[in-house]
Design a protein around this ligand. Structure first.
Ligand code: SF4
Length: 379
């Protein structure tokens, strides 16, 4: 199982597609190391995210606690405080680190509301590489404003010798935003094709399967159904800053329990989890985030191997690209079917005064109080 620990909702970015920064948590209410010590071992990918995890003063101790419990420990960061990760990387060089990067300097800084963010991330990745980091990379949220820069960001990552993870605009309780919609789905979807071809051209098996993950992103962007059913709650779960455990980070009606009050085993065996798994099986949302897609791609028989359909797609198209051909995207994707969505403008917060927008979440007890928007729908 993969697990994401959303360690805090405090954040020093001001993103236009995620409003965590407007809803910061109180440090003393955030999931504690003592609570996380109740997690068993044996997780596959354990991601410590936020908000911005480097704003937790105890991040190094938190990583020490979870590191032995997972095959891969990951930190998802905005990359604005890379120096806080150096001691962690020196101690655990194989901790996976991904810095959010949304395009060239002007685009990335505008989308994320970060002054000089681009340069800090680039310098930060180099700093972590010098500290001995072996699994570093960038993560990009594909949206109308940066889709045309996708291949360039991929090439930048490759030139730095690091990875690029991709996701797309979506709505989720984690983002405190339920009105993220593409302005032009078709245009954004077509831009992803270049990235897929570039990934298939490399000599890395991991990249070829990432190409398939990005094919799923095209389907998501167009508003089509998922390529593979979702396995939230059984193959992956999320812990929020109040120690509440959720099947996914999208629907705020998929609770599993609370790690502060219960043991992990009680949560997994609870009626609440059983009811939630029933809702997941009937879920009609078309999420295709790395966590949800990666786990769904794995074989049910040999989890280290992919399912047959992704494998067949990868082998066929890798061969095609290798021998000078092109991927026939129109064969795999129905571009004639593009779901309509409302036009809700997104605006950059770069250089804007935001103090009045920020409301600390304090002394709120229930998930309903924590996530008052309630409706988070992706189609
Ligand atoms: S498809 Fe449904 S259950 Fe799966 S991650 Fe999306 S909202 Fe959650």
């Amino acid at each position: 199982m993969d697990l994401t620990v959303i360690s805090t909702f405090r954040c020093n970015s001001r993103c236009q597609m995620c409003y965590i920064w407007k809803n910061p948590t109180e440090p003393k209410e955030e999931v504690s190391i003592e609570t996380l010590s109740k997690l068993p071992g044996g997780f596959d990918n354990l991601n410590v995210s936020g908000g911005e995890p480097t704003l937790r003063r105890d991040l190094a101790e938190l990583i020490d606690e979870v590191y032995p419990k997972a095959r891969i420990t990951e930190i998802s960061s905005n990359g604005l405080n890379p120096e806080r990760l150096v001691p962690i990387i020196k101690k655990h060089p194989n901790v996976k680190v991904r810095f959010s990067l949304e395009g060239d300097a002007a685009t990335s800084d505008a989308i994320r509301g970060e002054k000089n963010g681009f340069q800090k991330k680039l310098d930060g990745i180099r700093m972590l590489r010098e500290a001995g980091g072996t699994d570093l990379g960038f993560a990009m949220v594909i949206q109308d404003e940066n889709a045309d820069q996708l291949v360039k960001v991929y090439e930048l990552a490759r030139s730095e010798g690091v990875e690029l993870a991709t996701s797309t605009l979506h709505n989720a309780w984690q983002f405190y935003k339920n009105d993220n919609y593409f302005y032009d789905r078709l245009k954004v979807a077509r831009e992803v094709e270049g990235l897929i071809t570039s990934m298939l051209r490399t000599n890395t098996v991991k990249n070829w399967f990432r190409a398939y993950l990005n094919l799923g992103l095209i389907e998501k962007i167009l508003g089509h159904d998922r390529l593979i059913p979702c396995t939230a709650g059984s193959d992956f779960a999320f812990i929020d800053p109040w120690s509440d455990v959720w099947a996914c980070n999208v629907r705020s009606d998929l609770p599993m329990g609370n790690l502060k009050e219960q043991s992990w085993e009680e949560i997994i065996a609870s009626k609440k989890t059983k009811d939630t798994l029933g809702k997941v099986a009937a879920c009609s949302q078309n999420c295709w985030m790395v966590t949800t897609a990666r786990t769904a791609m794995r074989s049910n028989i040999i989890p280290q191997m992919p399912k047959i359909s992704p494998m067949a797609w990868v082998v066929l198209n890798k061969l095609k690209v290798t021998f000078g051909g092109d991927v026939d995207f129109d064969r795999y994707v129905n571009y004639g079917q593009v779901r309509e969505s409302p036009h809700v403008p997104r605006t950059s917060f770069l250089g804007k005064k935001v103090k009045d927008d920020i409301k600390v979440q304090k002394d709120l007890k229930t998930p309903e109080e924590h996530y008052p928007l309630a409706e988070f729908y992706n189609r």
